[in-house]
Design a protein. Structure first.
Length: 438
C-alpha cells in the first residue's frame, strides 16, 4: 500500500505526465456527460422501450460499446464503431490497392492522408446508420415522445448524430496526441466500464432473489471470472522467445559476442484489434435491418447465443488475427535489422531464407493464440447459456474483457515509461509491465 501511494505521488511529481493524465480524464468526462445528452426534440422520460431493447442481445452489446448512449437516445448514440468500421476498410484497401500502398510508404504525410480518407468514409457510414437509428427510435418509443416530426426533423437528428460521432473521434485523437494512452481505445473502454457496475448489481439482485443456491452460484461466477481475467492478461501479454542466436551484435559501442540472444515474438502480436474489427463487422447485419434483430439477416446473426453468430464471429477473429499480425509484424524488416547488426540464425541463410523462417515461426505461434482469442471472444454466449444474466455475461471474456485488459495494460505501460524515464520506480515491483506491444 505504501509503494502504491509513493508511485501515485511520483506520477504527480512529473509535470508532463500529470498534465497528460488530467487532460485525458477531463476529455473522457466530457464524453461520459455527452452520452446522457438526449437528441433535441425527444422526451427523455419516454425512453423505457428503447432502454429495454438495449439490455440484451446484439443491440445490448452495441449499447455497451457506446457506454449506454444508444439506449439513452444520446447525441453520441452511434458511438465510435462507425470509425472502427471505416478503419477496417481503409486497412484492407492498404493491402490490395496500389494507391493506398503508396500512401503507407509515404510516412507521416501518407498517414495523414489515410486518416483523412478514414474520416470521410466514417461520415458516409454515419449517413447510412443515422436514418436507421432514427427509424428505430420511431419504432421503439411512442410518437408522443417526439416534440418535432417529419422529414426535416429526421435530417436534423441525423446531422446531430453524425456530429456526435465526429466529436467523439476528435476527443479520441486529442487524447492520443496530448493525453495518455490510445484515445479511441480509451473511449471504448470507458464506455464498457461505465456499464460494469449496473451489470454487477443486476447479477447480485438476480442471484439473491433465488430461493436455493443463488449466493453459491454468484461466488462461483466471481471465481470463474477471476480465472478468465487472469487468462486474458496472459493472452495479451504472452510472448514466446524463438532461438535466434547472434554470433555478433553491435549496438553503439556495446558488443555482445558469443551470447545467446532471442527475438521475442508475441503469441498474440495483434492485441485486441482483431476482436474489435470482427465485432464491428458483426454489427453490420443489425445496422442493415434498422437495429431490429428479428428482421432479415439479423434474425440469423443477431442471436448473441446462436451457433451461426458465434461460429462466424470466432472465424473472423482468427482471420483478423492473422491479418493484423501480418500488418504489424514484418519478417522482412526483422531480417534486414538482423543483417545490419551482423546477426544470423544458426543453420539459416541470411536474406530470403531468414524471412521465410521468421514467417513460418510467426504463423505457427499465431495459430494457437488466434484460436484462444476466438474462444475468449465467444465465452459470453456460454455464460448466458449457463444462466448468467445478459449484461454480466458480456464481461465473461468477449470483446468487452479483451478491450479492457489490453487498453488498461497499454495505458499503464505508458505511465510506467514516463516514471522510468524520470528514474522513478515503475508500477511493478519486479520487471517491466508489458502491454500489447511490450
Amino acid at each position: 500500500m505504501k509503494k502504491l501511494i509513493t508511485t501515485i505521488q511520483n506520477i504527480f511529481k512529473i509535470e508532463e505526465l500529470r498534465k497528460r493524465i488530467i487532460y485525458t480524464v477531463l476529455l473522457l468526462l466530457v464524453y461520459r456527460l455527452g452520452s446522457f445528452v438526449v437528441l433535441p426534440g425527444i422526451d427523455p422520460l419516454q425512453l423505457a422501450n428503447l432502454k429495454a431493447q438495449s439490455e440484451g442481445g446484439l443491440v445490448g452489446l452495441l449499447n455497451l460499446f457506446s457506454g449506454g448512449a444508444f439506449g439513452n437516445a444520446s447525441v453520441f448514440a452511434l458511438g465510435i464503431m462507425p470509425y472502427i468500421s471505416a478503419s477496417i476498410v481503409i486497412q484492407l484497401l492498404g493491402m490490395m490497392i496500389p494507391y493506398f500502398q503508396r500512401l503507407q510508404r509515404e510516412g507521416e504525410s501518407g498517414r495523414r492522408k489515410m486518416n483523412q480518407l478514414t474520416r470521410y468514409l466514417t461520415i458516409m457510414i454515419l449517413a447510412l446508420q443515422g436514418p436507421a437509428y432514427i427509424a428505430n427510435l420511431h419504432a421503439q418509443i411512442p410518437e408522443t415522445a417526439f416534440m418535432l416530426s417529419g422529414l426535416g426533423y429526421n435530417i436534423f437528428a441525423t446531422l446531430i448524430l453524425i456530429a456526435g460521432t465526429i466529436f467523439v473521434m476528435w476527443l479520441g485523437e486529442r487524447i492520443t496526441d496530448r493525453g495518455i494512452g490510445n484515445g479511441i481505445s480509451l473511449v471504448i473502454t470507458v464506455g464498457i466500464l461505465a456499464r460494469l457496475p449496473f451489470a454487477f448489481v443486476a447479477e447480485i439482485g438476480s442471484r439473491f432473489n433465488e430461493t436455493t443456491g443463488g449466493i453459491l452460484m454468484f461466488v462461483v461466477e466471481i471465481i470463474v471470472l477471476f480465472f478468465i481475467f487472469a487468462a486474458t492478461i496472459a493472452l495479451v501479454q504472452g510472448t514466446r522467445r524463438i532461438p535466434v542466436q547472434y554470433a555478433k551484435r553491435i549496438i553503439g559501442n556495446k558488443q555482445y559476442g558469443g551470447v545467446r540472444q532471442y527475438i521475442p515474438l508475441k503469441i498474440n502480436a495483434a492485441g485486441v484489434m482483431p476482436i474489435i474489427f470482427a465485432q464491428a463487422l458483426m454489427f453490420i447485419p443489425l445496422l442493415l435491418s434498422g437495429f431490429d434483430a428479428t428482421r432479415g439477416i439479423a434474425a440469423t446473426f443477431g442471436d448473441y447465443t446462436g451457433f451461426w453468430y458465434n461460429f462466424t464471429f470466432g472465424l473472423m477473429v482468427v482471420l483478423f488475427t492473422y491479418f493484423y499480425t501480418a500488418v504489424t509484424v514484418n519478417p522482412n524488416n526483422m531480417a534486414e535489422e538482423m543483417k545490419k547488426n551482423g546477426g544470423f540464425i544458426p543453420g539459416i541463410k541470411p536474406g530470403k531464407k531468414t524471412v521465410e523462417y521468421l514467417d513460418n515461426v510467426m504463423s505457427r505461434i499465431t495459430l494457437p493464440g488466434s484460436i484462444f482469442l476466438a474462444f475468449v471472444a465467444i465465452l459470453p454466449a456460454f455464460a448466458m447459456i449457463l444462466g448468467v444474466s445478459n449484461q454480466f455475461a458480456q464481461f465473461y471474456g468477449g470483446t468487452s474483457l479483451l478491450i479492457m485488459v489490453g487498453v488498461v495494460l497499454d495505458t499503464l505501460q505508458q505511465i510506467e515509461s514516463h516514471l522510468l524515464n524520470r528514474h522513478y520506480d515503475g508500477l511493478m515491483k519486479t520487471g517491466r509491465l508489458k502491454g500489447r506491444n511490450g
